[in-house]
Structures are given as C-alpha cells and as structure tokens.
Design a binder for this molecule. Sequence first.
Ligand code: PRP
Ligand code: URA
Length: 209
Amino acid sequence: MSEIHIMTHPLIRHKITLLRMESTGTNEFRKLVEEIAVLMGYEALADLKTKDVEIKTPIEDSIQPIIDGKKMAIVPILRAGLGMVGGLLALVPNAKIGHIGMYRDEKTHIPHAYYCKLPPLISQRQIIVVDPMLATGGSMIDAVSEIKAQGGSCIKCMCIIAAPEGVDAFRKKHPDVELYIGALDRCLNENAYICPGLGDAGDRIFGTK
Ligand code: PRP
Ligand code: URA
C-alpha cells in the first residue's frame, strides 16, 4: 500500500483556511488554489531524481545536480483541476498536460467521463493527477483507472481537500498510487459534499452557479 501524505506546512493550512471561507471571492479563490498547488507540488516532487552535471561558475568548474528521470505529465480533472495546473507548471515548466473531463451526477453522485486526452508516451511519464476535491473518490478513481488503461503506471494524485470516505475508496481501488492531500476533512453530507469543505470547487474557481 502506497503512502498518504497529509500536508502539515502552516502556509498550506493557512491558505486552505482562506479558501474555505464563504467570503473569499472568485479572484482570490483562484489565486489561492494556484498557490496551494505550488506548495503541495513542492512536497509531492521531493523525491524527483537528480543527476550530476559539470558546470562552470564565475569562480570555478563544479559538479552540481539537475533534475533527471521521467518526463512529467500533469493531468487535471475538469473542470476544477484546471485551477491547480499553473501552480505545478511554475515548478515544472516543461511538463506536458493531459485533460480528463468528469462531472458528478447531482443525484447519484456517480462520475461521468466526457473527455480524455493524455500526452504521448504516457507509460514513460511521471503523472500527477490534480483535482481540488476528493469527495466520494469516484472521479479520481475513474480518472486513474483511465490513465492506467492507457498505459500510465507511475502516478501520484494531489487534492486540496479530501473526505475520509473518498480516501478509503480510492486506496481500495488504487493501493499503488500515492495520494497528496492538503487537508483531510470530517465527512460527506447527504449530497456527497465535503464537510466542512469549501463548497463547489468548480463553481468557486470559475464563478459559475
Ligand atoms: C467536483 C470536483 C471533483 C469531484 C469530486 O467536480 O472537482 O472532480 O466533484 O467528487 P467525487 O470525489 O465524489 O467524485 P464536479 O463533478 O462538480 O465537476 P466540475 O469540476 O465540472 O464542477
Ligand atoms: N465536489 C466539490 O466541488 N465539492 C465537494 O464538497 C464535493 C464534490
């Protein structure tokens, strides 16, 4: 069973608190999602491989590390995952971007896939799937299943807020996938919304509703 990483950094916790507040408007909400994605990405990429290269500083020749290893793919789950892409690109500007479109049926809460386009050579990439919310877990579970079906195997998932129900379901289905969670909340309500949560992430990022 791979690890669950729950963020403890005070900056991440502080920004998630601001994100939760009903009074936080669309503009600030978007900025916060992106900033949290940077901070969580920093943690999630801590195991990136490096190799030594020879460089010349103004003072002398030197052997120093640079990032090496698998090429990266960032895969947001539409719509809300799009809000996290800029933050990760700030860390890994050369990453390719895939997209997976999912929406939850409002009554059954079952996710429906409507789009999937992944970068080429997906089997050779380190894949980071991003979605701010892991509620029942259905959307993330299906997204990862689709990525695996297309050959992806080296996968990490990042979500800003998760419910215990979703984490359990996800780990049962994808025990090999590492999960990075900004905050683990109390439970789901009768509409499968996370409590205390932040409401509908897609609506708050895009100003819809
Ligand atoms: C939200 C959210 C996740 C999903 C989480 O998207 O961004 O993708 O719900 O719920 P789950 O864990 O129970 O599957 P939504 O389906 O509302 O679509 P949207 O991003 O287009 O608003
Ligand atoms: N999707 C959201 O955007 N928020 C929730 O609390 C649950 C699912």
